[in-house]
Design a protein around this ligand. Structure first.
Ligand SMILES: Cc1ncc(COP(=O)(O)O)c(C=O)c1O
Length: 367
């Protein structure tokens, strides 16, 4: 029968009808930019994530660029970035005019390695660093990254495009970040009906700068205190996200349920499942943005033959990307990102997948 890697069309009963009604109402009043849907969403996101300020924006890449710019990063600044991430993290540094220094990945938690990071901090003396929370959790050394950056006065930007709903030590992961970002790309754990993103912070000055930068540096309608750009989240996206937030706990529960099933059944079969570090597991199985196994060489072909969708989400290291060649200043590490990318494969996982689909995926490992 085949199973998709992800199916984002499994809306709850009544969801689409409610969304259509909202769109019709907004369209009737030509309310397309800003307004209560956007301000309401920002308020709800702040509450959900335990942060004082949320600024919505056009997408997750802009969110990183806004955070970098708000932290004073620009031409000639030095920024540390992980070797394992989605390309947008790297791109954001170049787009604000800064220079990227790559830090390799830890072989245990598959996040940026703290030892290599410390070395890079010593040698590069960076103006900022970006930490990315991958797979649906974060680094086992998250508090050490935060403490080190704080003690050295290095703004740490946390790219949380993949970690909406993740809890670290029983608190939302974004809560204690200096500044963090997310993406509402439709396939994300909390996805919009198009592109969207947000920046979270507890610092009112950073929030104020992000808000201005995302709206042409405006201080009033025709006064521009900063050079920014247009990165507003539009009202229809906000309406879709407000509605999705209502169902988010249910969706997360379903993801976690199937992740638990995978963990149990694949564990029994001796499959090497990628596990989150302890600080992330107390309240369920993180946000299960991905459910990944280190068995790519043995199962990739079998998945293809059986029509089982899969993701190779981090197919290579940043340092190996053609587009990185003219820009990367140096790489700290031992090519771990490259090794890991060859071993990892992510299995189908999405809210409301069925028992039948789940069993179909399992069969790949039983033959
Ligand atoms: C880690 C990471 N950073 C940044 C982004 C960029 O987000 P967007 O596609 O919304 O620009 C993504 C999205 O795929 C991501 O996974």
């Amino acid at each position: 029968m085949g199973v998709p890697f992800i199916d984002i069309k499994r809306f709850e009963d009544g969801f689409l009808q409610e969304f259509e009604a909202k769109v019709a109402d907004l369209a009737k009043g030509a309310r397309f930019i800003g307004g209560e849907e956007v301000s309401g969403l920002e308020k709800s996101l702040s509450e959900y994530n335990g942060v004082s300020h949320t600024v919505s924006c056009a997408n997750g890449t802009d969110a990183i660029q806004l955070a970098l710019r708000a932290c004073g990063i620009g031409r000639g600044s030095k920024v540390l970035v992980p070797n394992s991430t989605f390309w947008a993290t790297y791109e954001a540094i170049i787009n604000v005019g800064a220079d990227p220094y790559i830090v390799d990945t830890n072989l245990t938690d598959l996040q940026m390695d703290f030892g290599f990071f410390e070395k890079a901090v010593e040698e590069v003396r960076p103006d900022a660093a970006i930490l990315v929370h991958l797979y649906g959790w974060g680094s086992a050394n998250l508090s050490k990254f935060r403490d080190l950056c704080k003690s050295k006065n290095i703004p740490l930007i946390e790219d949380g495009a993949q970690c909406f709903g993740v809890e670290y030590r029983k608190e939302p992961i974004y809560k204690d970040a200096l500044i963090s970002t997310t993406s509402f790309y439709p396939a994300k754990v909390l996805g919009a009906a198009g592109d969207g993103g947000a920046v979270f912070t507890n610092d009112p000055d950073l929030a104020d700068r992000v808000r201005k930068l995302a709206n042409h540096g405006r201080t009033s309608h025709y006064n521009h205190g900063l050079v920014g750009w247009n990165s507003r989240l539009d009202t229809i996206q906000a309406a879709f996200l407000n509605l999705s937030l209502k169902f988010f706990p249910e969706r997360l529960k379903s993801r976690r349920y199937w992740a638990g099933q995978y963990r149990e059944k694949l564990g029994n079969l001796g499959i090497n499942v990628i596990q989150p570090p302890n600080d992330f597991t107390e309240n369920g199985y993180c946000n299960v943005n991905l459910f990944s196994v280190e068995e790519r060489p043995s199962i990739e072909e079998k998945c293809k033959n059986a029509g089982i969708g899969f993701g190779i989400i981090y197919p290579g290291a940043m340092e190996d990307q053609e587009g990185a060649k003219p820009f990367t200043k140096s790489v700290f590490g031992e090519k771990n990102a490259r090794d890991i990318s060859k071993r990892v494969l992510s299995l189908p996982l999405f809210p409301y997948m069925t028992e039948e689909e789940f069993n179909e995926v399992l069969k790949v490992f039983q033959t």
